[in-house]
Design a protein around this ligand. Sequence first.
Ligand SMILES: Nc1ncnc2c1ncn2[C@@H]1O[C@H](COP(=O)(O)OP(=O)(O)OP(=O)(O)O)[C@@H](O)[C@H]1O
Ligand SMILES: [Mg+2]
Length: 197
Amino acid sequence: MNFVEYVSDRTDDAKSKEILNQALQQIHRIKKIVSNMLVFGAQQSRSNRQLPGARGYPAKLAAAGGELRKNGIQVEVDTADDLPAIRCSADSLQQILINLIINARDALADNRQPVIKIAARPIEGMLELSVTDNGPGIPQEIQTKIFDPFFTTKPPGKGTGLGLSVTRRLVQDVGGSIQVESLLEHGCCLRLQFPQA
Ligand SMILES: Nc1ncnc2c1ncn2[C@@H]1O[C@H](COP(=O)(O)OP(=O)(O)OP(=O)(O)O)[C@@H](O)[C@H]1O
Ligand SMILES: [Mg+2]
């Protein structure tokens, strides 16, 4: 990833830049799949492992927004700077956000005014995080299946169906929970609660 970025930064040739950016996107895709596989394959639950509070995660939320704006998606980040620390590790939080945000981005592929809202707020000893998109939403009949490993509605090669199952596992490992709220034709909201550190 670093080598491709390095070369991309140093070329002025538009065609080369385009190809290198495609390579970079595919490397990101591979990285996401491997990270999800590693969590899925881990036999032992990591719930009793001591995790540091994710310091600076408001900055992570903001950074996640920056990536999407490059895709022409309007991103609204609604978070305070003084959010409470949570027990989730920074790496896990990153993986959770990537999975939710890529799902939202995929759902917005045919949307002419795509919007993703990322919000974080403290409630009753928990930190609530939500990612909301204005895509097609999730049909009622599959809402119970989306957290199952390998459940996907995406074409072969596009989705492995591990994203939400791994996300739920990572959240549950630190004593949190995740729910889906979906309004058909109006979009989808994934809502997560993390215990405060
Ligand atoms: N924001 C969303 N809007 C509409 N449907 C969604 C959204 N998020 C998830 N889904 C549905 O839930 C399914 C499962 O999601 P999950 O992230 O687990 O797997 P995936 O995205 O298909 O593949 P992977 O994440 O492994 O690349 C998706 O295939 C899609 O049908
Ligand atoms: Mg996914």
